[in-house]
Design a protein around this ligand. Structure first.
Ligand code: CS2
Length: 473
Protein backbone atom coordinates (compact mmCIF):
# COMPACT_ATOMS: atom_id res chain seq x y z
CA UNK A 1 0.00 0.00 0.00
CA UNK A 2 1.33 3.49 -0.90
CA UNK A 3 1.65 5.72 2.11
CA UNK A 4 2.42 9.37 2.50
CA UNK A 5 5.88 9.70 4.06
CA UNK A 6 5.62 10.54 7.76
CA UNK A 7 2.02 9.38 8.06
CA UNK A 8 0.81 6.00 9.28
CA UNK A 9 -1.27 3.87 6.88
CA UNK A 10 -5.00 4.59 7.00
CA UNK A 11 -6.78 1.93 9.09
CA UNK A 12 -9.91 0.48 7.56
CA UNK A 13 -12.35 -0.41 10.29
CA UNK A 14 -14.32 -3.54 9.47
CA UNK A 15 -17.61 -3.59 11.36
CA UNK A 16 -19.28 -6.94 11.79
CA UNK A 17 -23.05 -6.44 11.83
CA UNK A 18 -24.91 -7.23 15.03
CA UNK A 19 -28.16 -9.18 15.19
CA UNK A 20 -30.82 -6.55 15.69
CA UNK A 21 -34.44 -5.89 14.93
CA UNK A 22 -33.55 -2.31 13.95
CA UNK A 23 -31.36 -3.72 11.16
CA UNK A 24 -34.30 -5.69 9.77
CA UNK A 25 -33.40 -9.10 11.20
CA UNK A 26 -36.08 -11.44 12.55
CA UNK A 27 -39.82 -10.81 12.45
CA UNK A 28 -41.27 -7.45 13.47
CA UNK A 29 -42.13 -7.32 17.18
CA UNK A 30 -45.59 -8.81 17.77
CA UNK A 31 -48.00 -7.01 20.15
CA UNK A 32 -47.29 -7.94 23.77
CA UNK A 33 -49.93 -10.34 25.05
CA UNK A 34 -47.68 -12.39 27.33
CA UNK A 35 -45.48 -11.14 30.15
CA UNK A 36 -42.81 -13.35 31.60
CA UNK A 37 -40.61 -12.95 34.66
CA UNK A 38 -37.32 -14.83 35.03
CA UNK A 39 -35.58 -14.12 31.72
CA UNK A 40 -32.86 -16.76 31.52
CA UNK A 41 -31.67 -19.29 28.98
CA UNK A 42 -34.42 -21.82 29.63
CA UNK A 43 -37.42 -19.65 28.74
CA UNK A 44 -35.67 -18.64 25.53
CA UNK A 45 -35.26 -22.29 24.49
CA UNK A 46 -38.79 -23.23 25.58
CA UNK A 47 -41.72 -20.79 26.00
CA UNK A 48 -40.26 -18.36 23.46
CA UNK A 49 -39.50 -21.23 21.02
CA UNK A 50 -43.07 -22.60 21.25
CA UNK A 51 -44.43 -19.09 20.75
CA UNK A 52 -42.12 -18.57 17.76
CA UNK A 53 -43.37 -21.80 16.20
CA UNK A 54 -47.07 -21.19 16.80
CA UNK A 55 -48.86 -20.40 13.51
CA UNK A 56 -50.22 -17.20 15.07
CA UNK A 57 -46.81 -16.03 16.31
CA UNK A 58 -47.25 -12.62 14.68
CA UNK A 59 -50.12 -11.90 17.10
CA UNK A 60 -48.31 -12.97 20.28
CA UNK A 61 -45.34 -11.06 21.62
CA UNK A 62 -43.66 -11.70 24.97
CA UNK A 63 -42.41 -8.91 27.24
CA UNK A 64 -39.70 -10.60 29.28
CA UNK A 65 -38.42 -9.30 32.63
CA UNK A 66 -35.23 -10.46 34.29
CA UNK A 67 -34.88 -11.79 37.80
CA UNK A 68 -32.60 -9.83 40.13
CA UNK A 69 -29.71 -9.42 37.70
CA UNK A 70 -30.47 -7.08 34.78
CA UNK A 71 -27.69 -8.66 32.67
CA UNK A 72 -29.94 -10.59 30.27
CA UNK A 73 -31.97 -7.47 29.45
CA UNK A 74 -28.80 -5.39 29.02
CA UNK A 75 -27.54 -7.87 26.41
CA UNK A 76 -30.82 -8.38 24.58
CA UNK A 77 -32.26 -4.84 24.55
CA UNK A 78 -29.80 -3.51 21.93
CA UNK A 79 -30.79 -6.49 19.74
CA UNK A 80 -34.49 -5.64 20.12
CA UNK A 81 -35.00 -8.92 22.01
CA UNK A 82 -33.72 -11.07 19.11
CA UNK A 83 -31.31 -13.92 19.75
CA UNK A 84 -29.99 -17.01 18.04
CA UNK A 85 -31.06 -20.43 19.28
CA UNK A 86 -28.40 -23.06 18.59
CA UNK A 87 -29.91 -26.54 18.49
CA UNK A 88 -27.27 -29.21 19.01
CA UNK A 89 -28.51 -31.87 16.59
CA UNK A 90 -26.55 -35.14 16.43
CA UNK A 91 -25.27 -34.28 12.95
CA UNK A 92 -24.44 -30.64 13.64
CA UNK A 93 -25.72 -27.32 14.90
CA UNK A 94 -28.87 -25.59 13.68
CA UNK A 95 -29.11 -21.81 14.06
CA UNK A 96 -32.43 -20.01 14.28
CA UNK A 97 -33.31 -16.41 15.09
CA UNK A 98 -36.11 -16.25 17.66
CA UNK A 99 -38.27 -13.13 17.42
CA UNK A 100 -40.96 -13.77 20.02
CA UNK A 101 -39.48 -11.54 22.73
CA UNK A 102 -41.05 -8.25 21.68
CA UNK A 103 -39.57 -6.39 24.64
CA UNK A 104 -37.00 -7.10 27.36
CA UNK A 105 -36.83 -5.28 30.67
CA UNK A 106 -34.71 -5.40 33.81
CA UNK A 107 -36.64 -6.40 36.90
CA UNK A 108 -36.33 -2.84 38.19
CA UNK A 109 -38.53 -1.57 35.36
CA UNK A 110 -41.56 -2.07 37.56
CA UNK A 111 -43.61 0.71 35.95
CA UNK A 112 -43.44 -1.17 32.63
CA UNK A 113 -44.45 -4.41 34.37
CA UNK A 114 -47.56 -2.76 35.86
CA UNK A 115 -48.43 -1.09 32.56
CA UNK A 116 -48.57 -4.46 30.77
CA UNK A 117 -50.85 -5.82 33.50
CA UNK A 118 -53.22 -2.90 33.01
CA UNK A 119 -53.69 -3.81 29.35
CA UNK A 120 -56.83 -5.79 28.47
CA UNK A 121 -54.73 -7.34 25.66
CA UNK A 122 -52.51 -9.14 28.17
CA UNK A 123 -53.61 -12.79 28.26
CA UNK A 124 -50.80 -14.70 30.00
CA UNK A 125 -48.52 -13.94 32.95
CA UNK A 126 -45.79 -16.60 32.74
CA UNK A 127 -42.91 -17.19 35.13
CA UNK A 128 -39.71 -19.17 35.37
CA UNK A 129 -38.79 -18.48 38.90
CA UNK A 130 -36.80 -21.64 39.74
CA UNK A 131 -37.86 -24.07 42.47
CA UNK A 132 -36.75 -21.68 45.21
CA UNK A 133 -38.43 -18.59 43.75
CA UNK A 134 -41.88 -19.38 45.14
CA UNK A 135 -40.53 -18.80 48.67
CA UNK A 136 -42.72 -21.39 50.36
CA UNK A 137 -42.76 -22.69 53.90
CA UNK A 138 -42.62 -26.46 54.28
CA UNK A 139 -46.45 -26.54 54.42
CA UNK A 140 -46.64 -24.88 51.00
CA UNK A 141 -47.73 -21.41 52.15
CA UNK A 142 -45.76 -18.28 51.36
CA UNK A 143 -42.97 -17.76 53.88
CA UNK A 144 -43.92 -14.28 55.08
CA UNK A 145 -41.01 -14.35 57.50
CA UNK A 146 -38.37 -14.24 54.80
CA UNK A 147 -36.91 -10.70 54.79
CA UNK A 148 -37.46 -10.19 51.06
CA UNK A 149 -41.11 -11.32 51.34
CA UNK A 150 -41.69 -9.14 54.42
CA UNK A 151 -40.16 -6.15 52.60
CA UNK A 152 -42.40 -6.67 49.55
CA UNK A 153 -45.49 -7.04 51.77
CA UNK A 154 -44.71 -3.81 53.62
CA UNK A 155 -44.06 -2.02 50.31
CA UNK A 156 -47.35 -3.13 48.72
CA UNK A 157 -49.36 -2.27 51.83
CA UNK A 158 -47.91 1.21 51.71
CA UNK A 159 -48.22 1.72 47.95
CA UNK A 160 -49.57 -0.79 45.38
CA UNK A 161 -47.26 0.74 42.77
CA UNK A 162 -44.11 0.33 44.88
CA UNK A 163 -41.26 -1.68 43.34
CA UNK A 164 -41.05 -5.27 44.64
CA UNK A 165 -38.44 -7.96 44.12
CA UNK A 166 -39.96 -11.41 44.69
CA UNK A 167 -41.94 -13.34 42.06
CA UNK A 168 -45.10 -13.72 44.21
CA UNK A 169 -45.07 -9.96 44.90
CA UNK A 170 -44.61 -9.14 41.23
CA UNK A 171 -47.70 -11.20 40.43
CA UNK A 172 -49.70 -9.58 43.24
CA UNK A 173 -48.59 -6.09 42.18
CA UNK A 174 -49.62 -6.90 38.60
CA UNK A 175 -53.00 -8.12 39.79
CA UNK A 176 -53.58 -4.99 41.88
CA UNK A 177 -52.84 -2.88 38.80
CA UNK A 178 -55.09 -5.04 36.62
CA UNK A 179 -57.96 -4.87 39.07
CA UNK A 180 -57.65 -1.07 39.32
CA UNK A 181 -57.65 -0.84 35.51
CA UNK A 182 -60.68 -3.15 35.17
CA UNK A 183 -58.70 -5.12 32.59
CA UNK A 184 -60.21 -8.56 33.25
CA UNK A 185 -59.18 -12.19 33.10
CA UNK A 186 -55.83 -13.74 32.29
CA UNK A 187 -53.85 -16.89 33.05
CA UNK A 188 -50.81 -17.25 35.28
CA UNK A 189 -48.57 -19.90 33.72
CA UNK A 190 -45.64 -21.22 35.80
CA UNK A 191 -42.88 -22.87 33.73
CA UNK A 192 -40.81 -24.34 36.56
CA UNK A 193 -39.71 -27.83 37.60
CA UNK A 194 -42.32 -28.13 40.33
CA UNK A 195 -45.18 -30.56 40.75
CA UNK A 196 -48.60 -28.87 40.66
CA UNK A 197 -46.95 -25.58 39.76
CA UNK A 198 -50.29 -23.84 39.14
CA UNK A 199 -51.54 -24.68 42.63
CA UNK A 200 -48.17 -23.70 44.12
CA UNK A 201 -48.27 -20.30 42.40
CA UNK A 202 -51.92 -19.78 43.31
CA UNK A 203 -51.23 -20.52 46.98
CA UNK A 204 -48.31 -18.11 47.39
CA UNK A 205 -50.10 -15.39 45.43
CA UNK A 206 -53.21 -15.81 47.56
CA UNK A 207 -51.25 -15.72 50.81
CA UNK A 208 -49.57 -12.48 49.85
CA UNK A 209 -52.73 -10.97 48.34
CA UNK A 210 -54.68 -11.63 51.55
CA UNK A 211 -51.95 -9.97 53.61
CA UNK A 212 -51.82 -6.92 51.31
CA UNK A 213 -55.54 -6.37 50.77
CA UNK A 214 -58.15 -8.78 52.17
CA UNK A 215 -60.50 -8.06 49.24
CA UNK A 216 -57.97 -9.13 46.60
CA UNK A 217 -58.19 -12.97 46.90
CA UNK A 218 -61.87 -12.85 45.96
CA UNK A 219 -61.11 -10.81 42.83
CA UNK A 220 -58.27 -13.20 41.97
CA UNK A 221 -60.52 -16.24 42.39
CA UNK A 222 -63.10 -14.70 40.06
CA UNK A 223 -60.65 -13.36 37.46
CA UNK A 224 -57.30 -15.12 37.30
CA UNK A 225 -56.76 -18.69 36.08
CA UNK A 226 -53.67 -20.64 37.17
CA UNK A 227 -52.39 -23.19 34.65
CA UNK A 228 -49.94 -25.99 35.48
CA UNK A 229 -47.23 -27.06 33.09
CA UNK A 230 -44.49 -29.63 32.80
CA UNK A 231 -41.56 -28.09 30.93
CA UNK A 232 -38.62 -30.00 29.52
CA UNK A 233 -35.67 -28.94 27.41
CA UNK A 234 -32.07 -29.22 28.57
CA UNK A 235 -30.50 -25.79 28.20
CA UNK A 236 -26.85 -25.51 29.24
CA UNK A 237 -25.10 -22.17 29.78
CA UNK A 238 -23.42 -20.41 26.86
CA UNK A 239 -19.69 -19.76 26.56
CA UNK A 240 -17.46 -17.87 24.09
CA UNK A 241 -17.11 -20.79 21.64
CA UNK A 242 -20.93 -20.81 21.30
CA UNK A 243 -20.97 -17.09 20.47
CA UNK A 244 -18.14 -17.66 17.99
CA UNK A 245 -20.09 -20.51 16.35
CA UNK A 246 -23.04 -18.15 15.85
CA UNK A 247 -20.81 -15.54 14.24
CA UNK A 248 -19.20 -18.13 11.95
CA UNK A 249 -22.56 -19.58 10.87
CA UNK A 250 -24.64 -16.42 10.55
CA UNK A 251 -22.11 -13.64 9.98
CA UNK A 252 -23.76 -11.71 12.81
CA UNK A 253 -22.58 -10.85 16.29
CA UNK A 254 -25.08 -12.07 18.87
CA UNK A 255 -24.23 -11.00 22.43
CA UNK A 256 -26.61 -13.54 23.92
CA UNK A 257 -27.34 -16.73 21.99
CA UNK A 258 -28.85 -19.80 23.67
CA UNK A 259 -27.89 -23.44 23.13
CA UNK A 260 -30.26 -26.35 23.58
CA UNK A 261 -30.93 -29.97 22.68
CA UNK A 262 -33.27 -31.10 19.84
CA UNK A 263 -35.70 -32.69 22.34
CA UNK A 264 -38.42 -30.53 23.78
CA UNK A 265 -41.61 -31.29 25.69
CA UNK A 266 -44.38 -29.14 27.15
CA UNK A 267 -47.51 -30.52 28.78
CA UNK A 268 -50.05 -27.96 29.98
CA UNK A 269 -53.32 -28.13 31.93
CA UNK A 270 -55.55 -25.17 32.65
CA UNK A 271 -57.86 -22.53 31.24
CA UNK A 272 -56.85 -19.58 29.13
CA UNK A 273 -59.89 -17.27 29.40
CA UNK A 274 -58.16 -14.44 27.52
CA UNK A 275 -56.70 -16.73 24.85
CA UNK A 276 -53.22 -18.02 24.09
CA UNK A 277 -51.02 -18.77 21.07
CA UNK A 278 -51.70 -22.03 19.23
CA UNK A 279 -48.86 -23.69 21.12
CA UNK A 280 -50.29 -27.13 20.38
CA UNK A 281 -49.46 -26.61 16.70
CA UNK A 282 -45.82 -26.26 17.79
CA UNK A 283 -45.99 -29.55 19.72
CA UNK A 284 -47.28 -28.60 23.19
CA UNK A 285 -49.80 -31.06 24.67
CA UNK A 286 -52.89 -29.81 26.47
CA UNK A 287 -54.20 -32.32 29.01
CA UNK A 288 -56.54 -32.34 31.99
CA UNK A 289 -53.90 -33.60 34.43
CA UNK A 290 -50.18 -32.93 34.21
CA UNK A 291 -49.31 -34.96 37.33
CA UNK A 292 -48.04 -38.20 35.73
CA UNK A 293 -45.87 -36.26 33.27
CA UNK A 294 -44.45 -34.09 36.06
CA UNK A 295 -43.58 -37.03 38.28
CA UNK A 296 -41.99 -38.93 35.41
CA UNK A 297 -39.82 -35.99 34.45
CA UNK A 298 -38.88 -34.86 37.95
CA UNK A 299 -37.88 -38.33 39.11
CA UNK A 300 -36.26 -39.71 35.98
CA UNK A 301 -34.68 -36.69 34.29
CA UNK A 302 -34.16 -34.25 37.13
CA UNK A 303 -33.47 -36.90 39.78
CA UNK A 304 -30.76 -38.48 37.61
CA UNK A 305 -29.40 -35.02 36.84
CA UNK A 306 -29.01 -34.27 40.55
CA UNK A 307 -27.36 -37.65 41.13
CA UNK A 308 -24.85 -36.96 38.34
CA UNK A 309 -24.30 -33.37 39.52
CA UNK A 310 -23.17 -34.51 42.97
CA UNK A 311 -21.82 -38.05 42.57
CA UNK A 312 -20.40 -37.28 39.10
CA UNK A 313 -18.40 -34.28 40.27
CA UNK A 314 -17.22 -36.13 43.38
CA UNK A 315 -15.61 -38.72 41.09
CA UNK A 316 -14.10 -35.99 38.92
CA UNK A 317 -16.48 -35.29 36.01
CA UNK A 318 -17.41 -31.86 34.69
CA UNK A 319 -20.32 -32.50 32.31
CA UNK A 320 -23.39 -34.69 32.11
CA UNK A 321 -22.06 -36.47 29.00
CA UNK A 322 -18.75 -37.32 30.72
CA UNK A 323 -20.50 -38.63 33.82
CA UNK A 324 -23.09 -40.79 32.05
CA UNK A 325 -20.30 -42.42 30.02
CA UNK A 326 -18.59 -43.52 33.26
CA UNK A 327 -19.93 -47.05 33.92
CA UNK A 328 -20.05 -46.40 37.69
CA UNK A 329 -22.22 -43.31 37.31
CA UNK A 330 -24.41 -45.03 34.74
CA UNK A 331 -24.99 -47.95 37.12
CA UNK A 332 -25.95 -45.49 39.88
CA UNK A 333 -28.40 -43.77 37.53
CA UNK A 334 -29.92 -47.12 36.55
CA UNK A 335 -30.31 -48.15 40.16
CA UNK A 336 -32.02 -44.85 40.99
CA UNK A 337 -34.32 -45.27 37.98
CA UNK A 338 -35.15 -48.89 38.96
CA UNK A 339 -36.42 -47.58 42.30
CA UNK A 340 -38.16 -44.47 40.98
CA UNK A 341 -40.14 -46.21 38.20
CA UNK A 342 -41.84 -48.46 40.77
CA UNK A 343 -43.84 -45.42 41.87
CA UNK A 344 -44.70 -43.88 38.52
CA UNK A 345 -48.21 -44.75 37.32
CA UNK A 346 -47.29 -45.14 33.64
CA UNK A 347 -47.03 -48.22 31.40
CA UNK A 348 -43.74 -50.13 31.79
CA UNK A 349 -42.92 -49.85 28.06
CA UNK A 350 -43.39 -46.10 28.16
CA UNK A 351 -41.05 -45.79 31.13
CA UNK A 352 -38.46 -48.03 29.48
CA UNK A 353 -38.59 -45.93 26.30
CA UNK A 354 -38.30 -42.73 28.36
CA UNK A 355 -35.19 -44.09 30.10
CA UNK A 356 -33.60 -45.04 26.78
CA UNK A 357 -34.33 -41.59 25.37
CA UNK A 358 -32.90 -39.94 28.49
CA UNK A 359 -29.64 -41.84 28.18
CA UNK A 360 -29.30 -40.58 24.61
CA UNK A 361 -30.08 -37.02 25.72
CA UNK A 362 -27.53 -37.20 28.55
CA UNK A 363 -24.92 -38.66 26.18
CA UNK A 364 -25.37 -35.90 23.56
CA UNK A 365 -21.70 -35.20 22.84
CA UNK A 366 -22.55 -31.89 21.20
CA UNK A 367 -23.82 -30.33 24.45
CA UNK A 368 -21.45 -29.25 27.19
CA UNK A 369 -23.90 -29.28 30.06
CA UNK A 370 -21.90 -28.39 33.17
CA UNK A 371 -22.74 -30.49 36.23
CA UNK A 372 -22.12 -27.37 38.34
CA UNK A 373 -25.21 -25.78 36.71
CA UNK A 374 -27.37 -28.65 37.94
CA UNK A 375 -25.67 -28.87 41.36
CA UNK A 376 -26.99 -25.43 42.31
CA UNK A 377 -29.94 -25.07 44.70
CA UNK A 378 -30.09 -28.64 45.95
CA UNK A 379 -32.13 -27.52 48.96
CA UNK A 380 -34.98 -26.62 46.61
CA UNK A 381 -34.53 -29.58 44.25
CA UNK A 382 -33.92 -32.73 46.32
CA UNK A 383 -37.13 -32.53 48.37
CA UNK A 384 -39.05 -32.69 45.09
CA UNK A 385 -36.85 -34.97 43.02
CA UNK A 386 -35.63 -37.63 45.47
CA UNK A 387 -37.59 -37.61 48.75
CA UNK A 388 -40.92 -38.84 47.28
CA UNK A 389 -39.30 -42.06 45.99
CA UNK A 390 -37.60 -42.70 49.34
CA UNK A 391 -40.94 -42.37 51.16
CA UNK A 392 -42.74 -44.56 48.64
CA UNK A 393 -40.02 -47.23 48.87
CA UNK A 394 -40.15 -47.22 52.66
CA UNK A 395 -43.95 -47.46 52.62
CA UNK A 396 -43.47 -50.62 50.54
CA UNK A 397 -40.94 -51.92 53.07
CA UNK A 398 -37.95 -51.56 50.73
CA UNK A 399 -34.47 -50.12 51.26
CA UNK A 400 -33.93 -47.46 48.55
CA UNK A 401 -30.17 -47.83 48.14
CA UNK A 402 -30.05 -45.88 44.86
CA UNK A 403 -32.10 -42.97 46.19
CA UNK A 404 -30.06 -42.83 49.40
CA UNK A 405 -26.88 -42.64 47.32
CA UNK A 406 -28.20 -39.37 45.83
CA UNK A 407 -28.66 -37.98 49.33
CA UNK A 408 -25.20 -39.23 50.32
CA UNK A 409 -23.70 -37.45 47.32
CA UNK A 410 -25.52 -34.24 48.27
CA UNK A 411 -24.26 -34.50 51.87
CA UNK A 412 -20.68 -34.88 50.62
CA UNK A 413 -21.17 -32.02 48.16
CA UNK A 414 -22.38 -29.76 51.01
CA UNK A 415 -19.25 -30.80 52.92
CA UNK A 416 -16.96 -29.63 50.12
CA UNK A 417 -16.66 -32.57 47.73
CA UNK A 418 -17.27 -32.18 43.99
CA UNK A 419 -18.96 -29.11 42.50
CA UNK A 420 -18.78 -25.88 44.53
CA UNK A 421 -21.79 -25.22 46.75
CA UNK A 422 -24.18 -22.58 45.40
CA UNK A 423 -27.57 -22.67 47.05
CA UNK A 424 -30.61 -20.43 47.11
CA UNK A 425 -30.48 -20.82 50.92
CA UNK A 426 -26.76 -20.42 51.71
CA UNK A 427 -27.19 -20.34 55.48
CA UNK A 428 -29.19 -23.56 55.41
CA UNK A 429 -26.65 -25.24 53.12
CA UNK A 430 -23.87 -24.31 55.56
CA UNK A 431 -25.85 -25.52 58.56
CA UNK A 432 -26.64 -28.87 56.91
CA UNK A 433 -22.91 -29.48 56.45
CA UNK A 434 -22.03 -28.90 60.11
CA UNK A 435 -20.51 -31.48 62.47
CA UNK A 436 -19.29 -34.96 61.63
CA UNK A 437 -20.38 -36.82 58.50
CA UNK A 438 -22.93 -38.69 60.62
CA UNK A 439 -24.22 -35.33 61.94
CA UNK A 440 -24.58 -33.97 58.40
CA UNK A 441 -26.53 -37.03 57.34
CA UNK A 442 -28.99 -36.49 60.19
CA UNK A 443 -29.18 -32.75 59.41
CA UNK A 444 -30.02 -33.44 55.77
CA UNK A 445 -32.57 -36.10 56.61
CA UNK A 446 -34.21 -33.85 59.22
CA UNK A 447 -34.41 -31.10 56.61
CA UNK A 448 -36.24 -33.49 54.29
CA UNK A 449 -38.59 -34.60 57.08
CA UNK A 450 -38.53 -36.07 60.58
CA UNK A 451 -39.95 -39.31 59.18
CA UNK A 452 -36.72 -39.79 57.23
CA UNK A 453 -34.42 -38.64 60.05
CA UNK A 454 -35.94 -41.10 62.50
CA UNK A 455 -35.67 -44.05 60.09
CA UNK A 456 -32.41 -45.85 60.95
CA UNK A 457 -32.58 -47.91 57.74
CA UNK A 458 -32.43 -44.67 55.75
CA UNK A 459 -29.66 -43.25 57.92
CA UNK A 460 -27.60 -46.43 57.44
CA UNK A 461 -28.24 -46.49 53.68
CA UNK A 462 -27.12 -42.86 53.31
CA UNK A 463 -24.01 -43.57 55.42
CA UNK A 464 -23.21 -46.60 53.26
CA UNK A 465 -23.68 -44.48 50.11
CA UNK A 466 -21.28 -41.84 51.44
CA UNK A 467 -18.72 -44.50 52.30
CA UNK A 468 -18.97 -45.98 48.82
CA UNK A 469 -18.56 -42.57 47.16
CA UNK A 470 -15.56 -41.68 49.30
CA UNK A 471 -13.91 -44.92 48.23
CA UNK A 472 -14.68 -44.18 44.57
CA UNK A 473 -12.70 -40.92 44.54
C1 CS2 B 1 -31.67 -29.46 35.68
C2 CS2 B 1 -32.74 -28.84 34.82
O1 CS2 B 1 -31.03 -27.43 36.70
C3 CS2 B 1 -31.32 -28.60 36.88
O2 CS2 B 1 -31.31 -29.09 37.99
O3 CS2 B 1 -32.05 -30.74 36.09
O4 CS2 B 1 -32.44 -27.52 34.49
C4 CS2 B 1 -32.98 -29.65 33.53
O5 CS2 B 1 -31.91 -29.46 32.63
C5 CS2 B 1 -34.28 -29.24 32.89
O6 CS2 B 1 -35.34 -29.45 33.80
C6 CS2 B 1 -34.54 -30.04 31.60
O7 CS2 B 1 -35.83 -29.83 31.17
Amino acid sequence: MATTPGRSPRKVAVTIPTLSRAAGHGRPAAPVRIVHVGLGNFVRAHLAWYTEHAPDADDWGIAAFTGRSPAAADLLAPQGGLYTLITREPEGDRFEVISSLSAVHPSADHAAWLEYWRSPELAVGALTSTEGGYLRRSDGGLNLELPEVAADLAALREDPLAPVSTAPAKLVAGMLARRAAGAGALTVLPCDNLPASGAVASRVVDDLAAAVDPSLPEWIAATIAFATSMVDRITPGVTDPDREAVLAATGLVDASPVQTEPFTEWVVAGDFPAGRPQWEAAGARFVTDVTPFEHRKLALLNGAHSLLAYAGTIVGHQTVAEAINDPRCRAWVNQWWDEAVQHLPLPAEELAAYREALLARFENPRMRDALSRIAADGSAKLPIRIAPTIRAQRADGRVPTGACRVLAAWVLHLRGYGAPVKDVQPALAAQLAEGSLADSIVNVLAYLGDDLASDHIIRDAVAAGADELLHAI
